[in-house]
Design a protein around this ligand. Structure first.
Ligand SMILES: [Zn+2]
Length: 316
């Protein structure tokens, strides 16, 4: 049996957030400041709502609990997660706790988090990747309106993440004909957006990628990337070299095309402070990614991949 899950309702494209009808008595949850979200909410034409804007990046379980408590007894009809990953993660977890429906509206694009059953919440200062069907949005609204103003570096990293997720998800052992369809289309759209400089296509591409990889998984490229992220390299940036090398190792049909995307985005080579042996110790236990890689990966393979990433500029 194969299974694919996605939000019950998906509104996307130009004016999606403006034309969507929002339920009354919603609680908008966001990470941004009033000068920014006021503009967004006016565009959305939303009425009779409350705003909670004190969500911090990498939200903790305590902050989720605090929001639940402070709105207890108030008649909240719907949570609206408006912003980046953190706003959506808080909404996902709150929705699971209270059973209140949630609408997710990404304003930074790349993770496809609005489509997935994943949420990242910190427990005792440690980020934990959780998966639960209850995290799935009741509605996702994907509108390129929010794109302008995104700094180039963030846009570039997000685009790379989305393309890495789509292509790794395509190759994943957990993929199925329908996830492959989404991943393939996602990559085509993202490639067109990046190579032909059509940024307005990025949100749609990231959304497709979210459905595709969210129902399969990412693989070796992501597994390799976390030792670089742990040293402060942004997620999408670390994937530029890591996923390129992983695609070569896997003989992925996306190797050349992914590399071309990274070259177009002008990613510099990566450096690693820790030794390859130590890094391999961190990467090897990541069975969630490695077990879903299309071919088996040994410790020696990991070290060879790291050597290629750091010493052989895979993007040259
Ligand atoms: Zn990713």
């Amino acid at each position: 049996m194969w299974k694919v899950m996605m939000p019950r309702k998906i509104a996307f494209g130009e004016n999606a957030a403006r034309e969507f009808s929002y339920p009354k008595n919603s609680l908008v949850i966001t990470t941004t400041t009033p000068d920014i979200y006021d503009k967004w909410l006016t565009y959305m034409g939303i009425e009779d709502y409350e705003v909670y804007h004190k969500v911090t990046p990498d939200p903790s379980i305590e902050s989720v609990e605090a929001i639940r408590k402070s709105y207890e007894g108030k008649k909240i009809s719907t949570y609206i997660g408006l912003g980046g990953g953190s706003s959506m993660d808080v909404c996902k977890y709150l929705g699971k706790l209270t059973g209140i429906p949630k609408i997710l509206i990404p304003t930074t694009f790349g993770t496809g988090a609005e489509m997935t059953t994943y949420a990242v919440i910190s427990f005792e200062h440690k980020k934990k990747l959780l998966q639960d069907e209850a995290f799935l949005a009741d509605a996702a609204v994907v509108d390129p309106y929010f794109l302008p103003g995104t700094p180039f570096n963030i846009m570039r990293n997000s685009a790379c993440d989305a393309a890495a997720q789509a292509s790794e998800g395509y190759d994943s052992k957990l993929s199925n004909p329908l996830t492959k369809l989404f991943c393939k289309e996602a990559f085509d759209v993202l490639e067109d957006a990046i190579i032909n400089e059509k940024p307005q296509l990025l949100p749609y591409g990231a959304m497709l990628s979210g459905i595709g990889f969210g129902n399969s998984s990412t693989t070796l490229g992501h597994a390799l990337s976390y030792v670089f992220s742990n040293e402060g390299v942004p997620h999408g940036y670390s994937l530029s070299s890591c996923t390129t090398v992983a695609h070569r190792f896997n003989k992925s049909i996306y190797y050349e095309r992914f590399k071309k995307i990274c070259k177009k985005l002008n990613f510099e080579p990566l450096t690693l402070k820790q030794g390859f042996e130590d890094a391999a110790d961190v990467i090897m236990p990541d069975r969630g990614h490695l077990d879903n890689n299309p071919i088996p990966v040994s410790r020696e393979d990991i070290i060879q991949c790291l050597d290629e990433i750091v010493n052989k500029n895979p993007l040259s």
